[in-house]
Design a binder for this molecule. Structure first.
Ligand code: NCD
Length: 336
């Protein structure tokens, strides 16, 4: 069970009760995440955001989550700006930073990097993506989004059909997602990818061992049938050389308004961890006008769920509401 002082390294560590609790806390934090309320419960706390790989939403949403709770954020972007290029080990870096901050968020190109850092740090460490392995807080964001989107459609998560589409081999968010959603009951997972980019068996096995149905498809026609949720992902071209056969197979799996209308149920929710590759177009922009597309609700959800994580591991999940007040500044956010 997630508790004060814990690291967050893999989606495997969250049980159903953790998710329910985090979602409840996140829901209460939403007005603060949107800036409609102010809360300084983490005043005096410092978070170190160590990003050794490119990032937009993960780094900024972690920073926004901590700042909205009154904490201060220290940012490092890119290996080249740190002493790691001088030969310093991850363990030394971790021990040093943990003398400056109360919690560390790390993204690194090497699987297991977050684990190494957690082993040497004196404060909780959160994995913001470790190479092609995992991205547990994206899975929390995805779970939170799926639960809200299905609830709005009058459907439970239990018994649902979740399609995971795209690069399932190198797409770390898909590994954490299948692991995370496997804590629910009776899920049917459709794994749809080019053959060379199939989901590693170790992750598919987590779902099978929990009694879920895992089906592998190579076409949208079969893959999208019966979907409650369609989770599209980017081809991770920074991690492998995409050859012509893989490219062709991937092109046939592009999700656009036409393929969605032809093969998916009318009320299916479309998610993507983003960024989408605008040039390749695995998730076409002609879908943007459809309410099925929940990707920006999904990015918004990344802040309250990360706030819920911070208040839980820093021990103020039960007290932050006493410190919540109305902001002195007028809201300027425009309606969508
Ligand atoms: C993903 C990542 O970095 O793994 N992005 C994210 O954090 N939302 C997905 C990707 O880069 O394709």
């Amino acid at each position: 069970m997630l508790d004060i002082g814990h690291d967050v390294l893999t989606a495997r560590q969250f049980e159903r009760s953790d998710l329910t609790r985090l979602a409840e806390v996140a829901e209460r934090l939403e007005p603060i995440a949107r800036g409609e309320k102010v809360c300084r419960v983490l005043e005096g706390a410092v978070m170190a955001n160590l990003f050794f790989e490119p990032s937009t939403r993960t780094r900024i949403s972690f920073g926004a989550a901590f700042a909205r709770l009154g904490g201060a954020v220290l940012d490092t972007s890119g290996l080249e700006t740190t002493s790691i290029v001088k030969g310093e080990s991850l363990s030394d870096t971790a021990r040093v930073i943990s003398g400056y901050a109360d919690v560390i968020v790390v993204r690194h190109p090497t699987p297991e990097a977050a684990k190494i850092i957690a082993g040497a740090a004196l404060v909780p460490v959160i994995n913001g993506g470790d190479g092609e392995a995992e991205h547990p807080t994206q899975a929390l964001t995805d779970f939170y989004t799926i639960s809200k989107e299905l609830k709005a459609r009058g459907k439970p998560i239990d018994g649902s059909t979740i399609v995971i589409l795209g690069d399932l081999r190198f797409g770390r968010t898909t590994h954490s997602l299948i692991t995370q959603m496997s804590v629910f009951d009776d899920i049917t997972f459709h794994l749809v990818s080019p053959e060379a980019l199939a989901m590693p068996e170790a992750y598919a096995d987590i779902a099978r061992k929990r009694g879920h149905t895992v089906k592998v498809f190579r076409t949208l026609e079969e893959g999208l049938a019966g979907a409650d949720v369609i989770y599209a992902t980017r081809y991770q071209s920074e991690r492998f050389q995409i050859d012509p056969t893989v490219r062709e197979a991937a092109e046939r799996l592009r999700l656009d308004a036409k393929s969605f209308r032809a093969h998916a149920p009318e009320d299916a929710v479309i998610l993507h961890p983003l960024p989408r590759d605008e040039v390749f177009g695995e998730l076409a922009t002609d879908i943007d006008a459809m309410d099925n597309l929940a990707v920006f609700r999904q990015t918004d959800n990344g802040v309250p769920i990360r706030m819920a994580l911070f208040v839980t591991i820093l021990g103020v999940a039960d007290s932050f509401h006493e410190m919540t007040r109305t902001p002195a500044w007028p809201l300027r956010r425009r309606p969508e």
